[in-house]
Write a protein that binds this ligand. Structure first.
Ligand code: PMP
Length: 369
């Protein structure tokens, strides 16, 4: 016998009521996830949206057949090959280095390890948009002091009592880099909390906080192989800090997943560190392109803060940033636009090769006419 619509509706209503009463839904951790930049499938796209390096990694970075055969084995949980390589490279002890699956992984571990106070952690209102996602995920209270009108961090905002401090230097997405004195001032005012300096973009002309490590055992510097070492696809990030901080992070890591770093990442990361010449050359090329492209961009009516990163954060005197973003995309050029109140007039443009930037300039010239 066929059931009529009324019966079906009433069965559905009963089931829904039962479902709604189940408490498991109340116990789901709900979060608003981070939105990564688009990774288009089309290889012809000029991809200036996720601050990748337009050049390949060092030619030393390649696997041998015997390395492939070893993939059947678990990797070294201590990731010693890479950790030792990074320690040598920076002239610190291996016990001061923690490695992870990209600096996102390292930062997430650091949030979990160090930010457990009931006081809010502090980071700028305009900054890497993963920080508030981790704070929400780990239920860490946070405050976001406003950058000044020139988009600079106001150090005085970080003098108050807090549960920790984190900021990128250079900041993202602004590209503005503060000097060592500035970073030290924040450290001097925050000796009771861990201070994380996210140096994802430091190699493109900024001054690292590494010299401050000897004096401040609450300083954690986070770095990545994704930008200056052209290895975003391999996912390698690291932190350098006092042995006490690194030990605490390792304990959390080993409580989570012992084998975070895969064998190719360990081998190839260590190889990349051995090719200083290639590393320097690639950075020089990007800095040269940044300077030239910036000048050209100004001629078209754009302004941007001085960048020490591999991107420019630019606005046009007249045209709407989102419209440019959409039109560029339709023309096969991907840029990044953040639809948030303070930055919606800006485009974040990754510095690619000269040819890629030339293509973007041609598009912009046409668009603006
Ligand atoms: N920090 C900042 C400021 C970034 O812009 C990025 C890149 N999205 C990261 C960290 C993470 O980079 P990765 O995980 O590739 O090391």
């Amino acid at each position: 016998m066929m059931r009529d619509c009324v019966t079906i509706q009433s069965e559905y209503d009963t089931r829904k009521k039962e479902d709604d009463m189940r408490t498991w839904r109340d116990n789901i951790r709900t979060v608003e996830p981070y939105t990564p930049g688009e990774q288009p499938k089309d290889k012809n796209v000029i991809k200036l949206n996720t601050n990748e390096n337009p050049y390949g990694p060092s030619p030393r970075v390649s696997l041998l057949q015997e390395d492939m055969e070893e993939l059947r084995l678990y990797p070294d949980p201590a990731a010693a090959l890479l950790t030792d390589g990074i320690a040598d490279y920076h002239g610190v002890d291996a016990g001061q280095v923690f490695v992870g699956v990209g600096s996102d992984d390292v930062l997430a571990m650091a949030f979990m390890t160090f930010f457990n106070s009931s006081l809010p952690i502090l980071f700028p209102d305009v900054t890497y948009s993963f920080y508030d996602v981790w704070a929400e995920l780990f239920r860490i209270p946070y405050e976001q002091p406003k950058l000044d009108p020139e988009f600079r961090i106001r150090k005085e905002d970080y003098y108050k009592e807090n549960g920790g401090v984190i900021f990128p230097n250079p900041n993202a997405p602004t590209g503005i880099c503060e000097g060592l004195e500035f970073v030290e001032d924040i450290l001097r005012h925050n000796q009771d909390a861990v201070v994380i300096v996210d140096e994802a973009y430091i190699d493109f002309g900024g001054q690292s906080a590494l010299p401050l490590l000897d004096q401040y055992d609450n300083l954690l510097i986070v770095r990545t192989f994704s930008k200056s070492r052209s290895m975003a696809g391999l996912r390698i990030g690291y932190a350098i800090g006092s042995p006490e901080l690194i030990q605490a992070m390792s304990n959390v890591k080993y409580s989570f997943n012992s084998y975070t770093m895969n064998r190719p990442a360990l081998l190839l990361g260590a190889e990349s560190l051995k090719d200083e010449e290639y590393f320097r050359e690639t950075i020089e090329k990007i800095i040269r392109t940044r300077t030239w492209f910036g000048e050209e961009l100004k001629k078209l009516g754009f302004t941007f803060p001085e960048s020490k990163a591999n991107f420019l954060f630019a606005r046009h005197e007249r045209e709407n940033a989102e419209d440019i973003f959409i039109a560029a995309k339709q023309n096969g050029i991907y840029l990044r636009h953040f639809d948030q109140p303070r930055v919606k007039d800006y485009l974040r443009i990754t510095v690619g090769t000269d040819a890629q930037m030339q293509a973007l300039l041609e598009f912009l010239k046409n668009y603006l006419n």
